[in-house]
Design a protein around this ligand. Structure first.
Ligand SMILES: Nc1ncnc2c1ncn2[C@@H]1O[C@H](COP(=O)(O)OP(=O)(O)OP(=O)(O)O)[C@@H](O)[C@H]1O
Length: 408
């Protein structure tokens, strides 16, 4: 059985490769798959299934107990793999399957894949050099649209990233003032869905200038906590949760809260597939809109120019955002969440799907935010992100009665 890993970097045209592959236009090394049945294990497949379940009100993967959409990322991946395997394909393309997965589940997933590897071929698309599978026997890489076979992966340590050191984080236009510490305060917060307890007596205080990593295994409740801050999770009501001094649910609208928070999660990138220039993308971060509805002011343009210089993207300011490499898109989106210099910045698994070098660059940018500004940062990741310098970690540790919060 042939199994492949194809290493991707910042410039790989993964979408094009997948599209062609599925149409049967694959590199000659893959001709054995030409008339075979293949399946795609990717966030895109998950999105499509969630959409289909929603539109047709049917259960493809959802169970009587839980919808696919409400499952944690780990649970979704497990369910998707199970679904794809049940179709008995000849091969499965795995698009960065280990993203968003904690170490335990990564190991479980590797075991499941191995147990099927004697009769299903796996083609692994991997951005991280450490993400490989023991039974892989062919190696390749995708350079833009060009596939080539390589001998094996050479592990090279990232050189330390000196990027961004020349330019300071630009100033704010609107100053958010008048907020007292703590900006966020959770007191003995408990969440359960039916009989299942998710969070157990969580106490968490976030002050100005804090830099938190929120970590925990898949399903431990990280998204649940975020949704109580940034979303309108009804589980937040009636609990002792204080946002900017106000008890959650006591009158402030979700919009009021969102206005004071910069937020970025990779899934947001899909909202910006229209014709948005990089400059306008950053300006729209000042107004919290997807597009631009008013002519930008000179001041807005000046601030954004400084951001473009910081990101070394000034020469590309008129380029369309969707023509950028994934790594550069992520940098722009992260900066976009920060341009208004909000009191709180939430970055939800921002490095998922990035190659090592681009992830290191994003990490360097976030460290710089922490060093040079008063914005409190919450960086969600179960991966120990190399080089990230959070000051504190809230680690959610699952227990029978829901996750306990351990502060490190
Ligand atoms: N609406 C819901 N109904 C039932 N269970 C839910 C609902 N929303 C979340 N859950 C469950 O709550 C648990 C915590 O989920 P959550 O998404 O917060 O975890 P997470 O730490 O963000 O996981 P991951 O890293 O995999 O994204 C999971 O077991 C999930 O299935």
């Amino acid at each position: 059985m042939n199994h492949w890993v194809i290493y991707l970097d910042n410039n790989s045209n993964k979408k094009g490769f997948l599209k062609n592959f599925q149409k049967g236009k694959m590199p000659i090394n893959f001709l054995e798959f030409e008339n075979k049945t293949g399946k795609l294990f990717s966030p895109f497949t998950l999105e499509k299934l969630i959409d289909e379940e929603d539109k047709h009100d049917k259960k493809i993967i959802s169970t009587a107990h839980q919808s696919l959409e409400s499952m944690s990322s780990g649970e979704q991946k497990r369910a998707l793999l199970h679904h794809l395997l049940s179709k008995n394909p000849d091969y499965i393309i795995l698009d960065n399957p280990f993203d968003n997965l904690d170490i335990t589940f990564q190991a479980q997933l590797k075991d499941i894949l191995k147990s099927h590897s004697s009769y299903i071929s796996f083609i692994l698309l991997a951005s991280r050099k450490a993400d490989t599978l023991s039974f892989i026997n062919n190696y390749g890489k995708l350079d833009k649209d060009e596939f080539s076979v390589i001998k094996n992966i050479e592990f090279n340590e990232n050189s330390s990233i000196e990027a961004f050191s020349q330019v300071s984080i630009p100033n704010a236009i609107t100053t958010y003032s008048g907020f007292q510490n703590p900006l966020i305060n959770f007191k003995n917060v408990n969440v359960a869905y039916g009989e299942i307890r998710i969070l157990n007596n969580i106490n968490w205080t976030i002050n100005k200038g804090d830099f938190w990593q929120l970590s925990g295994t898949n399903g431990s409740g990280k998204s649940t906590i975020l949704s109580m801050i940034f979303g309108d999770n009804p589980k937040a009501f009636g609990q002792d949760i204080y946002l900017f001094g106000n008890k959650k649910g006591s009158g402030e609208s979700v919009w009021d809260i969102k206005n004071k928070i910069g937020y970025y999660a990779p899934a947001m990138t899909n909202k910006f597939n229209g014709r948005h220039s990089i400059e306008n993308m950053l300006i729209s971060g000042l107004t919290d809109s997807v597009g631009l509805y008013t002519i930008p002011t000179e001041l807005q343009k000046r601030i954004v120019k400084q951001w473009l210089t910081l990101l070394d993207l000034h020469a590309l300011k008129n380029a369309y955002f969707n023509t950028l490499s994934t790594g550069k898109q992520r940098l722009v989106m992260t900066a976009r969440a920060m341009v208004k210099r909000p009191p709180i910045l939430i970055l939800d698994e921002p490095t998922a799907g990035m190659d090592d070098d681009s992830a290191a660059l994003l990490v360097a940018l976030v460290n710089k935010f922490s060093e040079e500004t008063d914005t409190a940062i919450i960086f969600v990741s179960h991966r120990k992100e190399k080089g990230l310098k959070p000051k504190r970690i809230l680690n959610l540790i699952p227990s029978e009665n829901g996750s306990l919060g351990k502060i490190i």
